[in-house]
Design a protein around this ligand. Structure first.
Ligand code: NDP
Length: 442
């Protein structure tokens, strides 16, 4: 049995019942094989055993009261995965599907993503199975405060710096920051994604979506192409999806689909983003309302956006939302590029089908790293007690995404094939963390 197979078997045995985590581990272990097998240094330092086991997994009770006075309990998580290259960094997800497997897959991927940004940030992730949908302002606030009451013991500006993710935007970060400050009597950059009046960075809201489109544009440019004139299918209608759509339109693409967990819209004239923003960011409504307001749009409550003919597909909702059948449909409809805005939105079989059909495929670790990169820039600004302009941050974001593309493409060329960006991103991300772990000893 090879070193990789042996570690894979041990990780599977130790983490039974964690399919998402194993999916993420399998993808990394399979693709870093050429590097790991090129030198005994990785085995001698037990790098794979150590990188697949979190430094710390914290699970805690989150009690709160609903508007009817009933006491409710959710489970909170923070997985501090690896801090070889910087303080733990990664978002907090509030969604009923959250469990340890999902938080661990996200935390594991975050190690490599954060490494790829070139910034000094380690990997972590957290959240809760609390469902924010349908909750009142007061219920959200009380939940966030209770969650932070426990989380505050484990985090800090130089220890672990959480951010937003599904279900956690500026409002939730604000409540959590307020509670942290109250408990610790410390005004420090302990969370990112903060409001602009209290230490947030300009362009953080836009960063993940913009970054996704920047790297897809770089990938297309390398193939002698670009986004201009292309039809783009996007899933989701949250933070990542909205700003990916905005930047894709700015670069001359035409975004024709968006979705939420109830259904999806197709607008042949191109999605009117001001309407989507009003529904989602202002009214916190459902995407269905778009079709009530825009005549050229269709609403579907079954099927997926991937059945629409497009040149570029950007999955920006959640994990495993694009499966093998969806990939085959996209290929049949002549898609040329797929960029993952969400974390692990494509199943392994879908990635294989897309790559086999020579579709340019940019994996999440590289493609959505713009969000955490600007979070790291928010940390820098907080430490310096400075605030940079939107243009300064956006320009840095562009440079970081270009750098990620170049590192990914170089590693792909050296260890796999020139456009195998899945291997390229995993290898480039892994090498830096592994070198730091070796340098620091056990
Ligand atoms: P939001 O909560 O703002 O939006 C999520 C969107 O995806 C909503 O439209 C939501 O629909 C939909 N969605 C969520 N869960 C499901 C589901 N189970 N089935 C179908 N649709 C679903 O989250 P973000 O935009 O911040 O995050 C989207 C993805 O991007 C996630 O995978 C996240 O981990 C990843 N990501 C986010 C970053 C960020 O900076 N925000 C950074 C890097 C990655 P509904 O409203 O109906 O739930």
């Amino acid at each position: 049995m090879s070193y990789i197979e042996q570690v894979r078997a041990e990780v599977a045995a130790r983490n039974a019942g964690q399919p998402e985590f194993m999916q993420a581990v399998d993808e990394v272990l399979t693709t870093i094989k050429p590097v790991v097998e090129s030198s005994s240094v990785y085995k001698n330092n037990a790098i794979l055993e150590r990188i697949t086991e979190p430094d710390r997994q914290i699970m805690f009770r989150v009690p709160w009261t609903d508007d009817n006075g009933n006491m409710r309990v959710n489970r909170g998580y923070r997985v501090q995965f690896n801090n070889a290259i910087g303080p733990y960094k990664g978002g907090l997800r509030l969604h009923p599907s959250v469990n340890l497997s999902i938080i661990k897959f996200l935390g594991f991927e975050q190690i490599f993503k954060n490494s790829l940004t070139g910034l000094p940030i380690g990997g972590g992730k957290g959240g809760s199975d609390f469902d924010p949908k349908g909750k009142s302002e007061r219920e959200i606030r009380e939940f966030c405060q209770s969650f932070m009451t426990e989380l505050s013991r484990h985090i800090g500006a130089d220890t672990d710096v959480p951010a937003g993710d599904i279900g956690v935007g500026g409002r939730e970060i604000g409540y959590m920051f307020g509670q942290y400050k109250r408990i610790k009597n410390l005004y420090e950059g302990v969370l990112t994604g903060k409001g602009l009046t209290y230490g947030g960075s300009l362009a953080r809201t836009e960063a993940t979506g913009y970054g996704l489109v920047y790297i897809v544009e770089n990938m297309l440019n390398a193939a002698g192409n670009g986004i201009k004139g292309k039809t783009v299918a996007i899933s989701g209608s949250g933070n990542v999806a909205i700003y990916a759509a905005q930047k894709a339109n700015e670069l001359g693409g035409k975004v024709v689909t968006m979705s939420d967990s109830n259904g999806w819209i197709y607008d042949k004239n191109g999605i009117a983003l001001d309407v989507v923003k009003d529904i989602k960011e202002v009214k916190r409504g459902r995407i269905k309302e778009y079709a009530d307001r825009v005549k050229s749009a269709e609403y579907h409550d079954s099927g997926k956006v991937w059945q629409v003919k497009c040149d570029i597909a950007l999955p920006c909702a959640t994990q495993n939302e694009l499966d093998e059948n969806d990939a085959k449909l996209l290929v049949k409809n002549k898609v040329t590029a797929v960029g993952e805005g969400a974390n692990m939105p494509s199943t392994t079989a879908a990635i294989n089908a897309l790559q086999a059909a020579n579709v340019l495929f940019m994996p999440a670790k590289a493609a959505n790293a713009g969000g955490v990169a600007v979070s790291a820039l928010e940390m820098s600004q907080n430490s310096q007690r400075l605030a940079w302009t939107f243009e300064e941050v956006d320009q840095k974001l562009y440079g970081i995404m270009k750098g990620i593309f170049e590192k990914t493409a170089e590693a792909a060329k050296e260890y796999a094939t020139a456009t195998d960006y899945v291997s390229g991103a995993n290898i480039a991300g892994f090498l830096k963390v592994a070198q730091a772990m070796i340098a620091q000893g056990v």
